[in-house]
Design a protein around this ligand. Structure first.
Ligand SMILES: Nc1ncnc2c1ncn2[C@@H]1O[C@H](COP(=O)(O)OP(=O)(O)OP(=O)(O)O)[C@@H](O)[C@H]1O
Ligand SMILES: [Mg+2]
Length: 566
């Protein structure tokens, strides 16, 4: 790109000198003869017809190099934009769940969208600025060939001017840092408003939410407005100052140093063209200053995400052995203790219910079971293999999770069940849907399995969404199935049917389920009672009934619903 831009600049400089030579030769052939023409063309004594031919060749050369340079620049911009997006998302997907969940939805959306877009919008002015710098260098070189003294004076003045503009760059950075903060706050408020739109409507507080968004917008647009104005101030100041410098310099050259008028004319046109290039360089510098906080932030966040990535193991899970927690403790951020010294062993094929009051560590426990978080102390083994050593592919092909909140993607029902897993077949999808008792309802949709859903599951009830998520979990016949209250949104009939499926799965799948309903507990072989981050009791219902005072208390505190059975 540097070569193409420099060559284009050289062709342009030569063309400008040649134009001056042609103008002098046409306007005053005698003067041209006396002064020897302008620059190298004068020395070559180029006849007027040949001059036109050379000019045509130079115009073509300049256009070719200029287009070549522009094509490289646009290709570079597109590639860097794509790389930056893909890289940021790859860092996110490789990061640990602890790092992923620590960042809010708004923060991440802002990082992937605004930050990436601001970071990559600097690429265009940067590549243009780089091209302009090369062209500028070529033009200045030509000016030096023609008249070193005038050229040196103007280059020095340009450098002083560039340095004088630096404080503007610092101010642009400060304004951009304010925009980083304000923009994130706005993104967060928007997401929150969308997520709580049902509450917003039912409490009739739409205008208050709008006011809060408007205040946040003000905080973002005010530095934005100043930044835009600053950009204009910088460009205008720079152009005005350079023109003034040019005029002053020319006057000095004219008054103090004796120069042939034609040479002076050629230098003038070259320097005027240089002005444009110098302005582009300055604009690139300013744009970089403006976007620097976004680039720095993006870089820092990406590095933090990369550093959090768990080490990859290589062991394969062949036969699902017993699941063993051995004195496992876990605390959030090293301070808030959520699990203390938890030990248990669960045989493959067992169905385990987890109960305990709110905040007792149930969700934390299943996140460790799913290898989403890692024990601070103690170990988690499958058979004799430490789960930290297990290869990711081998792990993911054997586990499945049904979260409490069923989240759908904007895709067809079939794609929602397959959920990005390329090896899942149509047969797998349909048999999973049948096991989750959602097949008949899917067939009743306008396009069956090809009906497109949106993230909010438009057209589906909460219970239907939940059964789609259950089908999603069962599609690859996992050997470990973890459920965060699998039937909370189901009506009594669907719930009974889904429990029938869980009963059918017994022995085939190891199942852990956080239970909020007695019916879920009834499908379980053994029950874990969590309290204060500790495993207070673990046994069959009959054992716990007899031996565990925690059990009854935990049932009560867990707000277990007994409306199905009782
Ligand atoms: N992301 C987090 N950062 C810091 N502390 C957390 C985080 N998530 C949970 N905790 C804390 O860890 C403890 C256990 O939380 P956990 O979510 O495991 O409880 P739970 O039994 O699932 O509760 P619930 O029934 O209300 O869902 C609680 O004291 C909670 O405040
Ligand atoms: Mg929970």
């Amino acid at each position: 790109m540097a070569f193409a831009a420099f060559a284009s600049g050289m062709a342009e400089a030569a063309l400008l000198v040649l134009l001056a030579h042609i103008a002098l030769t046409i306007g005053s052939p005698e003067a041209a003869g006396l002064s020897g023409g302008v620059g190298p063309f004068g020395q070559l004594n180029l006849p007027i017809r040949a001059s036109f031919g050379v000019a045509l060749a130079l115009v073509t050369t300049r256009a070719v190099f200029s287009l070549w340079s522009a094509s490289i620049a646009s290709g570079l911009t597109a590639r860097l934009t794509a790389d930056c997006r893909a890289g940021a998302f790859a860092d996110f997907t490789a990061a640990s769940w602890a790092a992923q969940s620590q960042r809010g939805e708004a923060e991440l959306t802002d990082l992937f969208q605004r930050h990436v877009s601001r970071a990559t919008t600097s690429i265009a002015p940067l590549s243009q600025g780089f091209g302009a710098a090369c062209t500028l260098l070529a033009l200045v070189t030509a000016a030096f060939v023609l008249d070193p003294v005038s050229a040196a004076l103007l280059v020095a003045a340009g450098a002083v001017l560039f340095a004088a503009m630096r404080p503007f760059g610092a101010l642009a950075k400060r304004l951009a840092r304010r925009q980083v903060e304000a923009g994130r706050e706005y993104a967060s408020l928007c997401l929150e408003a969308v997520a709580t739109s049902l509450e917003m409507r039912s409490f009739g507080v739409g205008s208050q939410v709008s006011d809060r968004l408007a205040e946040s917008t003000d905080r973002e647009v005010s530095p934005q407005r100043m930044a835009m104005f600053l950009k204009q101030v910088v460009t205008t100041t720079y152009q005005t100052a350079t023109v003034l410098l040019l005029l002053g310099g020319l006057f000095a050259v004219y008054a103090l140093i004796d120069r042939p008028l034609a040479t002076l004319g050629a230098i003038v046109v070259i320097l005027v063209r240089s002005l444009n290039q110098a302005t582009a360089v300055q604009a690139a510098y300013h744009s970089l200053s403006e976007n620097a906080p976004f680039i720095v932030n993006l870089d820092r966040e990406r590095a933090a995400l990369r550093e959090s990535a768990p080490e990859r193991g290589s062991a394969q899970v062949h036969e699902p052995g017993p699941f063993r927690f051995h004195h496992v403790s876990y605390s959030y951020g090293g301070t808030s203790t959520a699990l203390t010294d938890v030990s248990f062993e669960v045989e493959p094929g067992e169905a385990i219910g987890i109960i305990g009051p709110s905040g007792s560590g149930k969700s934390t426990l299943i996140q460790l079971l799913l290898r989403l978080r890692w024990p601070d102390t103690g170990s988690y083994l499958i058979g004799e293999t430490d789960t930290a050593d297990i290869d990711d592919e081998s792990w993911y092909s054997r586990i499945a999770f049904v979260p409490q909140e069923s989240r759908l993607i904007s895709a067809t029902v079939a794609d929602n069940i397959a959920f990005y897993r390329p090896t899942v077949t149509t047969h797998d999808i349909q048999s999973a849907a049948k096991r989750a008792y959602i097949h008949d309802e899917i067939m009743g949709l306008p396009h069956g399995y090809d009906t497109v859903l949106d993230q909010r599951g438009g057209g589906l009830s909460g219970g239907q969404r939940q059964r789609i998520c259950i089908a999603r979990a069962m599609v690859r016949r996992p050997s470990l199935l973890v459920l965060d209250e699998p039937t909370s949104a189901l009506d009594l009939r669907s719930e009974a049917l889904v429990h029938e499926t869980f009963t059918e799965l017994k022995g085939e799948v190891t199942l852990f389920a956080i239970a909020h309903r007695l019916s879920t507990l009834n499908s379980c072989d053994r029950i874990m009672v969590m309290g204060d981050g500790r495993l207070q009791a673990f046994g069959t219902r009959a054992e716990l009934q007899a031996s565990s005072p925690f059990y009854r208390q935990a049932l009560k505190l867990s707000r277990i619903r007994i409306d199905v059975d009782g």
